[in-house]
Each structure stands twice: as C-alpha cells, then as structure tokens.
Design a binder for this molecule. Structure first.
Ligand code: AMP
Ligand code: GLY
Length: 404
C-alpha cells in the first residue's frame, strides 16, 4: 500500500513512524514533512492547505491512501478534493471538520445528539456577551467561534478580561466552567463504526506545576492508571457514537479521527472540545502503544470497512516536548540540534525541525518530543527524561514534571 501523509508536525512524524512499521505499507510519502519524517518517508514540498496541489500529488504518486493530519487542510477541503479524485482518504470532509472549525456547530451537534457538554451561548454583541457571562459567573470561559489554532480560548476570573476577549472576536461561545481533570480520547471512525484508541493526558501549560502560558501541549502519557477502566467505553457510548451517528444523519459521514477533549467532572465526563485530527503530542504516546498495524486501520476507516478489532501493547509511554527559546512566544529558529540518537527505550519525534546538509536545525516552537517507553509509567518517564537530557539545543526548554 502506497500512503501519502499531509502535514509537517510531531503528529505527522508519529503517524509516519507507525505507518513505516506496518508491513502492508510498501511506500511512504509526506508533504511537506520535516527533518525526522525525511528519514522514513519521501517528502514533497506541497502547500498542505491547497486541495488542488495535494490532489495532483496524490494522483501523481498513485497513492492508495491519503492521510490528512492538521485541521487547516481538513477545513480547507483537502480530504474532499482527494476523495473526489477517487482516492481513499483518512480525514473528514471540510463540512464534517467544522466540528473543530466552529464551536457553535460542535455545540449544535452535541445538543442534537444528547452529548454531555458545558451549557453555552453563542454571542455576537457585547450586550449578549455580558449577559452570558453574568448567567454563568466566574470562572469565565470565552471561546472564539472560529479556528484559532489553540489561541481562541480564554478562561479567567477577571470579568474585564472576559469581556475584552469577547469584544475582540466576531462571534464568541461563552460557556459554563467545567471542573475536573482533562483527558483526550481519539476515536477512529469509518463513518458508521468507531473504535477508541487508549485514553491519554496532555500538559498544556508551558512550565512546571502547570504554570505559565497555554501551549499546544508540552508532554503527554498513556495509559492513565488513575482513570476508571470503563472510561473509554463510557465516552464511546455517551459521546463518540451519538456524534458520528448525528453527523451521518446530516449527510456528513465522518471518516477520520474524532479527538474528544473531556473534563472528568463530578457529574461525569463532559466534552470540552472536539478536534477533527489527532492531538499533538498525545498521538506520539497513543500510537506508540497501538499494536494493530496503523496503515490497515486507517485504510479501513477510509473505505468504510472498520472491523473494530484493535489491540494495544502492555506498558506505558511518556512524551516530553522540547520547545525552542521563547516558545510559546515567537520561537528562536535556526539553531542546530544534537543528541537525537534513540536509546533502547526512547526515541525522538520531530515537529519543528529542518535539515541543512548534515545538520538538523530548529524550525518551530515545539521543536521535537522524546517518547520513552517502559513496563509502567515511572519507567517510561525515566527513559524519556534520560534521552531528553542528551538532546542539545541552545536556549530550549522543557517541563520536568510530565507524568510525574
Ligand atoms: P480548547 O481550545 O477548546 O481546547 O480550550 C483550551 C483549554 O481551555 C482547554 O484545554 C481547557 O483547559 C480550557 N477550557 C475550555 N473550555 C472549558 C470549560 N468549559 N471549562 C473549563 N475549562 C475549559
Ligand atoms: N494536545 C492538544 C491538541 O492537539 O490540541
């Protein structure tokens, strides 16, 4: 099977790594890729959000399967264009991807499907926003309705800050605050049938002790030894299957991964958000534990033939992100990185890197992540940090408390 992966981050490197380990995958391509992906796939300089260019590449390569990683190409209709050319695609249509692209649409689907989530109002004027904030009280949760690359959400006990964020957005969703630990569940769907991967947890704040600004994610681990055994089955029953069914009824069959961000509240799991893609860096640990060959699974999703048989490896995985100087502000780029060689129980997944001759250079905010594995979380964590200590990048920073 000839597979083309679209995207260039840690998620795509993790996808490519797992695909490269699937004996059914005979040829692996990626566009645009990064320095790590380049080592295991043929990379192509294509603009990932350009449906015409991606379709031309897929057709030219005679790809059997196209996997669309990030949300921007999905919302731009890249999956639709490739599918229209007759090539199986793992990734929802532009309309179905609005489950991530519009918070209002996501709420509408959840309401129709009876999915537990925070009560919310969509507001377009300062008066509506003020009324909604007064209704729910502090802490305030204010979300830009559009795709905001993770920067659209403000959670604050400062009413003026909440009003100011609302005023800066064209449409905002203001909702009830959900209290409780957050977890991520990724479900693979072929449009009708869905299966869960293992539940994971990521660390969103930049610094130790959950201090500092929000980021795309500074680390993750799976499984969650503290979570109830039936959590993923509960989320499949209460959230994923009704959501997939509701989308199907609306003529939007969902073929791809549904990323459910949940708060485990005292009243049960509540959806914080949906994403139309794998999460980063949770993907790194979740795919590490997946035993079923990935290429076959994604092909089943793309062709509506998901069997539902899926198995995971025993043990644990922990990933620690190494970020560039100044991230999550404007990152310093261009410095060389060394110490990337894997150990017996840890390896590097590249995110923002590029190759310059013999050197690997930092080329993004989250530069790479180190995945450690072991029989349990403590061992996986120790193995991850052992390799983290060997990676050298001037000015870089990482959290020392991931999965502690
Ligand atoms: P999102 O962009 O929707 O993932 O939101 C970013 C972060 O804001 C989430 O990971 C949560 O930590 C927080 N958040 C979003 N919605 C809520 C909510 N209703 N209650 C509490 N925290 C929230
Ligand atoms: N780690 C969360 C995300 O990918 O949005």
């Amino acid at each position: 099977m000839r597979v083309l992966v679209i995207g260039s981050g840690g998620r795509e490197h993790a996808l490519c790594r797992s695909l490269s380990l699937d004996p059914q995958v005979t040829e692996l391509h990626c566009a645009p890729g990064n320095a790590g992906i380049e080592e295991i796939a043929t990379v192509h300089p294509v603009t990932a959000t350009d449906p015409v260019a991606v379709t031309a590449l897929a057709t030219g390569l005679a790809a059997d399967l196209v996997v669309v990683g990030p949300e921007a190409p999905l919302v731009a209709g890249v999956a639709d264009a490739v599918r229209a050319a007759g090539i199986p695609v793992f990734g929802p249509s532009g309309k179905a991807a609005m489950i991530e692209g519009s918070k209002t649409f996501a709420k509408e689907i959840m309401t129709a499907a009876g999915v537990p989530t925070a009560r919310a109002f969509t507001c377009t004027t300062p008066e509506q926003a003020a009324a909604a904030l007064a209704e729910f009280g502090s802490p305030y949760v204010v979300k830009d309705d559009g795709l905001a690359a993770g920067k659209g959400v403000v959670v604050t006990s400062d009413l003026d800050a909440a009003l100011a964020h609302a005023a800066s957005c064209e449409r905002v969703v203001i909702e009830e605050y959900l209290d409780g630990p957050e977890v991520s569940l990724f479900a693979l769907s072929d449009g009708n049938t869905a299966v869960p991967l293992q539940v994971a947890q990521d660390f969103k704040r930049a610094y130790d002790g959950d201090e500092g600004p929000n980021t795309g994610g500074m680390g993750a681990y799976t499984p969650l030894p503290w979570a109830p055994d039936d959590l993923s089955e509960q989320v499949m029953t209460e959230v994923v299957r009704p959501t997939i069914a509701e989308l199907a009824v609306r003529g939007l069959p969902y073929q791809g991964v549904l990323f459910v961000g949940l708060a485990l509240t005292s009243k049960g799991p509540r959806v914080i958000e949906f994403n139309a893609r794998f999460g980063d860096p949770e993907t790194q640990v979740v795919l590490d534990r997946l035993e079923t060959p990935l290429g076959g699974l994604l092909m089943e999703c793309a062709t509506g033939t998901l069997s539902g048989n899926i198995s995971f490896r025993e043990g644990a995985a922990v990933t620690v992100v190494i970020a560039a100087e100044n991230y999550p502000g404007t990152p310093v780029k261009g410095d060389p990185i060394t110490g990337l060689e894997p150990t017996a129980s840890a390896y590097v997944i590249h995110a923002g890197t590029r190759r310059d001759g013999e050197r690997i250079l930092a080329d993004g905010g989250r530069v790479l992540s180190v995945v450690g594995t072991g029989p349990d979380q403590a061992a996986a964590r120790a193995n991850a940090y052992d390799l983290v200590a060997r990676v050298k990048l001037r000015g870089s920073h990482y959290r020392t408390d991931i999965a502690r």
